[in-house]
Ligand binder design. Structure first.
Ligand code: HEC
Length: 299
């Protein structure tokens, strides 16, 4: 009886270990087919190498040396076929989402940096040839520079973000891309309205609440940003506009030092401070004088 149950316990254990090692890591089809829009260059690889050293090496070891940390299932060495057989998109998905002991990196690294790490991982696969994603064509256009501009329309409580692409002397509106708008705050930024897509004129229209708090003169610092960083890199603009409610609350980070910003120190505080300093020194001098008198008496 005891023998029988021990046998089942052992069998169970073996099954758990085997299952943990063989459960395939499912990647959604649209994610595994994903490709990088940027070519893997030496610069990408070097950035990826630095990121690998700080974020991955502690578990996955030095590529090709098989000095991985002991975990179940084990983190594969990047130079092995187990890791290299993944498509670029599958690697991106697995690094972004994580599983079990493998951490999710989507909130730690930007998507572009995950591609940089992948370009480093691929340098340990001599058969690898990169396939590039076809850039989404905006009228087949590739731009030298992409620009975001903010304008306010206070009568309609609206902010307009205009997205344009510049190519030589040509300026073209870019349609169909998501823009996010934030109001700058001391701790993190406040999202204004929901993310909006640009229309055929390249304009994204945001509405803001009438009671949006501003500084003492009602100014609000706004930040607009393209949601997708993979298309054109980080496209972002900042602009200060008088659209908020004047709020006369001293900012938390305003300098309040005693001496360097004298106008901010109340007179009573200066007088009290000086008086207490004088009193303390007065007592010290008095004590020294008395000591001298004692010495004099001793002689
Ligand atoms: C805390 C340890 C740990 C860290 C840190 C870590 N990994 Fe992992 N990784 C694992 C483990 C464990 C697995 C196996 C997970 C599984 O199969 O369930 C794994 C699996 C993977 C896989 C999937 C391999 C396969 O079999 O398809 C990839 C790709 C990967 N890691 C890349 C990375 C990269 C890139 C980094 C750094 C950005 C990183 N890992 C950081 C532990 C780690």
């Amino acid at each position: 009886m005891i023998l029988k149950s021990t046998f089942f316990v052992v069998l169970n254990f073996v099954a758990v270990v085997l299952l943990a090692q063989t459960t395939p890591w499912e990647v959604p089809a649209d994610r595994s087919a994903k490709l990088s829009t940027a070519a893997f260059t030496d610069q990408n690889r070097n950035t990826g190498k630095d990121l690998y050293q700080t974020n991955c090496k502690s578990c996955h070891g030095d590529p090709g040396k098989n000095n991985v940390i002991k975990l179940v299932p084990p983190p594969p060495d990047p130079a092995t076929t187990q890791l290299q057989q993944n498509s670029d998109g599958s690697l991106h998905y697995k690094i972004s989402e994580g599983r079990g002991a493998m951490p999710a990196f989507k909130n730690i690294m930007s998507s572009a940096d995950i591609w940089n790490v992948i370009s480093y991982l691929r340098s340990y696969n001599k058969d690898y040839r990169q396939l590039l994603a076809v850039k989404p064509a905006y009228g087949g256009e590739v731009f030298d520079k992409v620009d975001l501009k903010l304008t306010a329309d206070p009568t309609h409580n609206a902010i307009v973000a205009q997205l344009t692409g510049l190519k030589g002397s040509l300026v073209k509106p870019i349609a169909g891309l998501e823009v996010k708008l934030f109001a700058k705050r001391y701790f993190g930024n406040l999202m204004v309205d929901k993310p909006m897509d640009t229309d055929t004129e390249g304009k994204a229209l945001f509405s803001y609440p009438k009671n949006l708090p501003g500084d003492a003169s009602g100014k609000v610092s706004l930040i607009a940003q393209l949601s997708n960083e993979e298309l054109f890199g980080l496209v972002r603009t900042e602009s200060t506009m008088a659209i908020g409610l004047p709020t006369d609350r001293p900012p938390l980070n305003e300098p309040r030092a005693l001496w360097n910003v004298v106008q901010k120190t109340p007179i009573w505080l200066l007088v009290t401070y000086l008086a207490s300093v004088l009193i303390v020194w007065g007592f010290i001098v008095l004590a020294l004088l008395k000591l001298r008198a004692i010495f004099k008496l001793g002689e």
